[in-house]
Structure formats: structure tokens, C-alpha cells
Design a protein around this ligand. Structure first.
Ligand SMILES: Cc1cc2nc3c(=O)[nH]c(=O)nc-3n(C[C@H](O)[C@H](O)[C@H](O)COP(=O)(O)OP(=O)(O)OC[C@H]3O[C@@H](n4cnc5c(N)ncnc54)[C@H](O)[C@@H]3O)c2cc1C
Length: 372
């Protein structure tokens, strides 16, 4: 059994980002990655780009929205604002190579067991033992089609890697958030007819938080798409999908039915990849894990932390990189305290991470709307 003090599961932005902070300490760590660095991003559909724009603002004390560590900027590296999944995966690899982050690729975590003083981790390769476990397995590999009867008659949007290459005809896209609008937009660009079934009116959302409304980037695509004659929007909630006589029937809560020749596409979101650690998680009503607000440990557990887009505290949703990276420092600080790091070293590191936007402990100031 390989013994390592800290094990991080997953080499996406959360895993690699936390590792760059651990790299600044003398704590030994390793990342276990199911496939290769940035695997989720490599799996993104062909036309999908980051919706959060990148801009090289580091020299003025503001990190690029998509950076995961100081002094790096995907915008600067790629000379563009909206990176594709493959480009972002490349950025993560460059960061990992530069810091010589210890990533064990092709090592899938199958099951985690609690053991006196730490965690036993069973993988597709070896057994590991660690004192601290940081779960950064993301959401992309766990697409969700919840609350729709007959979900087996649908495809999830993440399964359609090449929207421009699907056969001609009419398509029904279920869900009008980022992925749904992107999918409908790509299909219309490929000259298909699309009906988007949306449970809410896009323009009715009164908040500035892009975790709750369409990002400006996707909204501009939505505005263009709305002008197309090939686009229809239906306000309503899908309750069931059936498949009769080679046609699909999409049934809405208000009793209406939409018929289509092509398999309906559900852009109904993702949730935390959690199977190997399921027994250690308690959930909030909204389905996200309950976490210790001070450390991001799973509630009622110790030394098992969550990093990434599933982090929630009260009404705060940390689903974007520029949000969840602010909790990297909180996790590593807790580990350093438990490892009896000196006050002086701890305060030096925490101040450094705070300045960089990689440490946010006081959540009372988050969530206020801007006045404009
Ligand atoms: C379609 C989509 C578009 C998005 N666009 C943006 C955007 O533009 N900007 C933004 O800020 N955020 C965006 N997000 C939010 C997004 O979830 C995060 O930005 C990011 O992918 C989350 O990073 P992560 O490191 O937590 O997870 P991931 O990037 O998903 O990385 C998780 C890693 O864990 C590995 N893994 C999973 N299970 C195991 C296992 N059992 N054992 C070992 N390894 C495992 C995976 O292979 C993967 O490499 C988007 C999300 C989605 C789903």
C-alpha cells in the first residue's frame, strides 16, 4: 500500500489548483486521476467553449477568471477569451508540468474506506493510504436526467460530441440553461429545426449571479438564435418521454405533447461524482453535499474535503472556477493547522493566497447584488 499524506482525487481545475498550493508547503501529496489531466474538458462537445471569459489581468492583481494559480493566464497562453475544452485541458497540463505536480494518470478511485488515522483508497491500480483526502472528481462525468419518466428514451447533451454532424430533422432540446442554449444554437447553425423546452423565461431572472442566469456569452447566442425561423421556444416542464411508432413524444406538465422523429436531448445538468465516497456524504435539500463552512470538510466527517463546482454554503453557489478557487486556501490551511505548521509560515501563505484570490473564509460579504 502506498502511503501519502494528502491524496487529491481528480486532475481538473480543482485538483490541479489545490495541488499548486500544497506544492508551496512541505506536505507530500499526489493526485489520482481516472484518465489524463483535464479529462472532463477533453470530453467536452466539439464547439463548447468556456463561458467565463479569460483576460490577462494578473499584473494588476486580478487573476484571469479561469486561472487556477497565480501568474498564469489561459488568455495570455492562448491569445483568446473563450477557450475550447481541449485548450483548457492543455492549460491544466502546462500548469501541472511546470510545478511538477505528482499526477498518477489512469488510476480510477473505486472505493474509499475510513480507517483509524486516515483513508484507504482502492483504485484500478494500487491501494493507497492517506491522512487527508480531497475529493475533486467534478460533475461532468455524472450527467443527470432527473424527474423525467422514460429518461431512457433521451440522450444527455454531453453525449453528443459533434452537434454539427447529427442527421437532419427536428430536434427537441429539454432545458434552457447554458448547455441547452448552446446545444440548440449549434443545431440551428447546422441548419436543423429546434424546439427548446424551457421551464423558465430567460429574461425573467432578476439576479446578476451567472450561476442562476445565462452568462452574457450564452445570452448573446440566445438572442441571435431567437431571430431564427428554425427556432421555437416552449415554456414548460417536461414530465415524461415516450417512444411509439418510431417517434418520440415529449409530455409537458400542462398536458401538452411535442412529437419528434429524433431522440430528445436533455440538457438537464450534472451532479457530483460521488459513488466511491457516497457513505460519507449528507445532502442539503437542493441535493448538494452539506459541508463544514470553515473547512469544506464533508459534514460530520474529518479530513475529507470537497473542492469544485458542487461546493455550496447557504445561498452561495461556487460552480465556476473563479468562485471555487477561492476555497482552495481554506482547505490547505486546515491541513496545515492539523500538521502543526508554524503560525508564521501559515500567516505568510494565507496572506499570499488571499491577495491572489485563492482564499476566502468570510462568506458574509458574498452574494450582494451590484448597484448598476
Ligand atoms: C458543460 C459545462 C461547462 C462549464 N463551463 C464552465 C466555464 O466556462 N467556466 C467555469 O468557470 N466553469 C464552467 N463549468 C463548471 C465546471 O464544472 C468547472 O469549471 C470544472 O470542470 C470543475 O472542475 P473540477 O476540477 O471540479 O472537475 P473536472 O474538471 O470535472 O475534473 C474532475 C476530474 O476527476 C476525474 N475523476 C472523476 N472520477 C474519478 C475517480 N473515481 N477516480 C479518479 N479520477 C476521477 C475526472 O477524470 C476529471 O479529470 C462548466 C461545467 C460544465 C458541466
Amino acid at each position: 500500500m502506498t502511503v501519502i499524506n494528502v491524496i487529491i482525487v481528480g486532475s481538473g481545475p480543482a485538483g490541479i489548483g489545490i495541488a499548486t498550493l500544497l506544492h508551496q508547503t512541505n506536505i507530500d501529496y499526489a493526485i489520482l486521476e481516472k484518465k489524463e489531466i483535464g479529462n472532463s474538458f477533453s470530453e467536452w462537445p466539439e464547439n463548447m467553449e468556456m463561458i467565463t471569459p479569460s483576460f490577462p489581468s494578473n499584473a494588476f492583481g486580478q487573476m484571469d477568471l479561469n486561472s487556477i494559480c497565480e501568474a498564469t493566464s489561459p488568455a495570455f497562453s492562448f491569445k483568446k477569451e473563450h477557450l475550447t475544452g481541449k485548450e483548457y485541458a492543455q492549460y491544466l497540463s502546462w500548469v501541472a508540468n511546470y510545478f511538477e505536480i505528482n499526477v498518477r494518470s489512469n488510476t480510477e478511485v473505486k472505493k474509499v474506506y475510513k480507517k483509524e488515522g486516515g483513508w484507504i483508497i482502492e483504485t484500478s491500480q494500487d491501494l493507497f493510504f492517506c491522512r487527508y483526502l480531497i475529493w475533486a472528481a467534478g460533475e461532468f462525468l455524472n450527467p443527470q436526467i432527473n424527474n423525467i419518466l422514460g429518461a431512457e428514451h433521451c440522450l444527455h447533451s454531453s453525449q453528443i460530441k459533434y452537434p454539427s454532424k447529427v442527421k437532419d430533422g427536428e430536434f427537441v432540446v429539454i432545458g434552457g440553461y447554458e448547455s441547452g442554449v448552446q446545444m440548440a444554437y449549434d443545431l440551428i447553425k447546422g441548419n436543423k429545426n429546434v424546439t427548446l423546452v424551457n421551464p423558465f423565461k430567460v429574461d425573467d431572472m432578476e439576479t446578476s449571479d451567472p450561476s442562476r442566469i445565462l452568462s452574457p456569452y450564452t445570452y448573446s447566442k440566445y438572442s441571435q438564435m431567437k431571430k431564427s425561423e428554425q427556432y421555437t421556444e416552449v415554456l414548460g416542464e417536461v414530465v415524461a418521454v415516450t417512444n411509439d411508432n418510431d417517434r418520440f413524444q415529449v409530455l409537458l406538465q400542462d398536458g401538452a405533447t411535442i412529437e419528434t422523429d429524433n431522440i430528445p436531448i436533455c440538457a438537464t445538468g450534472f451532479s457530483l461524482v460521488s459513488e466511491p465516497i457516497e457513505e460519507f456524504i449528507l445532502y442539503r435539500e437542493d441535493g448538494s453535499p452539506i459541508l463544514n463552512e470553515e473547512t469544506d470538510e464533508f459534514i460530520d466527517q474529518q479530513n475529507i474535503y470537497l473542492s469544485g463546482p458542487s461546493v455550496r454554503h447557504d445561498n452561495h453557489i461556487f460552480c465556476f472556477i473563479y468562485k471555487f478557487r477561492q476555497r482552495f486556501g481554506v482547505i490547505v490551511e486546515d491541513i496545515l493547522k492539523k500538521e502543526e505548521c508554524s503560525e508564521e509560515d501559515l500567516s505568510y501563505l494565507v496572506n499570499k493566497w488571499k491577495r491572489a484570490g485563492l482564499y476566502l473564509s468570510d462568506l458574509s460579504c458574498c452574494g450582494d447584488e451590484c448597484v448598476c
